[in-house]
Design a protein around this ligand. Structure first.
Ligand SMILES: [Zn+2]
Length: 58
């Protein structure tokens, strides 16, 4: 699994399906956002779409 360096989305794609950003193998932590509008963490990370995200991406 790869994580996007800009929006932290997790994917197997070479470029991010959400924002087209660069993907990285160096990531830590896992977060599933089901309801971004009611998640303080999602808002803090700037996540607006439900999905799976990495907490930290290098
Ligand atoms: Zn992205």
């Amino acid at each position: 699994m790869l994580a996007c360096k800009s929006c932290h989305a997790l994917s197997l794609e070479e470029s991010c399906p959400a924002c087209g950003g660069e993907m990285s193998k160096e990531w830590q932590g896992f977060l599933e956002i089901l309801d971004p509008e009611n998640s303080a963490l999602a808002q803090e990370m700037g996540i607006r779409t439900p999905g799976k995200f990495a907490l930290r991406v290098r």
